[in-house]
Design a binder for this molecule. Sequence first.
Ligand code: UD2
Length: 313
Amino acid sequence: MGRVLVTGAAGFIGSHTVEALIRKGAEVCGVDNLRTGHLSNLEEVGSSPQFRFEEADILDGGKLESIAKSFRPDAIVHLAALVSVQESMDDPDLNFRLNVEGSHRIGVLAKELSVRQIVFASSAATYGDTSDLPVVEETAKNSISPYGAAKYASEAIFQGYGRSYGFGACCFRYFNVYGPRQDPKSPYSGVISIFADRYRAGQSVTVFGDGGQTRDFIFVEDIADNNAATALKETPVTGSFNVCTGRPSTLLDIIRVFESHFPGAPRPVFQAARTGDIVHSYGTPAQIQMALGFEARFSIEEGLARLIGSLKE
Ligand code: UD2
């Protein structure tokens, strides 16, 4: 079975990806600088003989290289990043270092170690605000944040380096990912993480706008399974793919599901829509389905039920 290095292993998507790799029988080395990741996210895999953890920064080339050289990965899943769009707006230098220079470093590492495959966490933020729906991979890339721009630049870095040095580079444009362990702390955190936190605490949620806005919410286990399966494929794959369900939900749909799990919860409070907010967003997963056989397994009802179950544990 494969040996996979996962950067950002202690993060939200990283920790689920490590679990998916272990379920599939891989040997996993997880690295994380714990800037936004938490060791507690790795509690479930901590005792697995298939897993080791190293605290390291992707920009610390020497340390990362010595970890990677002793582990000898066949594939790298690169999820370490500055993950907040708002933080990228406030600190574009840090965004550049983590989300562009970091990609370059990982690309060079892949060359040095002759890995077979890189899996990279890109984002639907590469498309920016588009009224051209559903979003397909060819839709214009009109990023409206340093974060989206860096993700798109990194796709070019990974695919160009992959062709130069002979590794596969799969760039996954995640849509709105949700699930257990997503951090609800910032007002710019994913809406479902904020809603989950508030329903659990018996507090009312705030809806910006009329709640009719749509997003293509995808459950984190679908994201993780796809990362793991791609990292473990025998034949390298290169391309950029939407990772989404193709089924948009409105915020009112989401609230309805939460209310069925939290009967008697306070009613939502409506406020003016946020400036710059996108009204409708959803993608089509047709290309990833063709290339990798991916299909989201979790409906929004099932994903939310899992998330709410984890809160009540
Ligand atoms: C994501 C990014 C955002 C920007 C955008 C570009 C995240 C968390 N956000 O925003 O920074 O890059 O993509 O496409 O990655 N909402 C509420 N109540 C709340 C919180 C949010 O009504 O307490 C609304 C929000 O105004 C929006 C919807 O919920 O209409 C979804 O918000 P989101 O931040 O989860 O995701 P999105 O796609 O707007």
